[in-house]
Design a protein around this ligand. Structure first.
Ligand code: SF4
Length: 357
């Protein structure tokens, strides 16, 4: 299945979601949206971590009023999340939102839906329909008895039809569930039935550790099937962690062309250096590298360089020194106390070469 590439490309600010084998990383702020200073500061941290699209909640008028100022001060597309109230949707669109998240079936009277669609069309603002297993419409729950993948897809199709009937097609759809198996099934079925880009997520996945494992289990299964054009990892943690997890996940599937990857050995009795500390330091360092470089850190030279042949650059511990290697071939020896610095310099050089290409 190659749903990802076969979807309709939808513009979100200067980014395109769908229509290509790319998965855009999103996150959501945790600040009060009306607190512009705090919200912008958090968005800047998210941007720096690699977040490509950011969403803010819009629970009240103060939040809606803050949208123009937030938009002015950030560099990535802004999504405004609205529940039910069409006036806030209109305000958000007017205020410069690059996308809104609202379910048209929940807006109410037809005139209200029409007003939102008309405003979104006029400004080229797409709408994300967000189906959540925990809040399916009553008629769907009555039909299926409990939240099912079929019920979730039916809910999505119900909202899509409302927009399509108004000749609106800049649509992105999510079908979130906190049950991993249910989410996988829902996204698989949605990929068969829906040609709009899918926004992936496992909702309420938990804390940093448990939520990361759960999200990777669910979203990994979905991504591996070629499904999903954008994703948000939902964690009860600093949202910067969501972005880091998303990047790692996308790297595992070769879907991040702007991030370096660390290969580090699991360590064993042959270890010659303080591998765990070095691996953590190098991992931190390469967070800022925006090139698809593979960097290896290995505990010893016995199997080291050969074990990490796919690495563009790496270091293997030897007695009192480090062996710098490229693609499995040793290029030089460096004293242990400066080997991490030397590795960082080599990483920077490779990144420069990549940026110049
Ligand atoms: Fe053990 Fe060396 Fe392999 Fe690391 S690289 S796991 S220390 S043999």
């Amino acid at each position: 299945m190659t749903h990802r590439k076969d979807t309709r490309p939808v513009k979100v600010g200067d980014l395109t979601i769908g229509g290509a084998d790319q998965v855009v990383i999103q996150s959501m702020t945790t600040t009060k949206t009306h607190d512009v200073e705090a919200t912008v500061a958090e968005i800047k941290r998210l941007e720096e971590a690699g977040c490509q699209v950011v969403r803010v909640a819009c629970p009240d008028d103060r939040a809606a009023d803050a949208i123009p100022e937030i938009k002015k001060r950030i560099n990535i597309p802004l999504v405004v999340d609205i529940h039910f109230d069409y006036k806030k949707a209109l305000k958000a669109i007017e205020g410069g939102a690059d996308k809104i998240r609202i379910n048209p079936g929940n807006i109410g009277k037809r005139e209200k839906v029409e007003a939102v669609v008309k405003a979104a069309k006029a400004k080229g603002v797409p709408i994300r329909i967000g189906v959540n297993a925990g809040s399916l419409e009553r008629h769907i729950l009555e039909k299926y008895g409990y939240p099912t993948a079929d019920g979730m897809v039916e809910s999505a199709l119900h909202h899509i039809k409302i927009l399509e009937d108004l000749d609106f097609h800049d649509i992105i759809v999510s079908l979130k569930a906190s049950d991993v198996k249910l989410a996988i099934e829902a996204y698989e079925k949605a990929a068969e039935a829906i040609s709009y880009p899918l926004h992936l997520g496992i909702t309420e996945s938990g804390t940093l550790f448990a939520g990361t494992v759960k999200s990777a289990a669910g979203l990994g299964a979905i991504l591996s099937k070629g499904i999903g054009s954008t994703l948000r990892i939902s964690l009860s943690a600093d949202p910067v962690e969501e972005v880091k997890v998303a990047r790692e996940l996308l790297k595992s599937y070769g879907l991040a062309s702007n991030a370096a990857t660390l290969i580090s050995c699991p360590t064993c009795g042959r270890i010659e250096i303080d591998l765990i500390a070095i691996a953590n330091e190098v991992e931190e360092y390469i967070q800022t590298i925006k090139a698809p470089i593979k960097v290896a850190v290995l505990g010893c030279a016995v199997n080291g360089p050969g074990e990490a042949r796919e690495a563009d650059i790496g270091i293997a511990g030897a007695r009192g020194e480090g062996l710098l290697f490229r693609h499995g071939e040793i290029i030089r020896k460096v004293p242990e106390d400066i080997m991490v610095e030397e590795l960082k310099k080599e990483v920077d050089k490779l990144a420069e070469e990549h940026y110049e290409k």
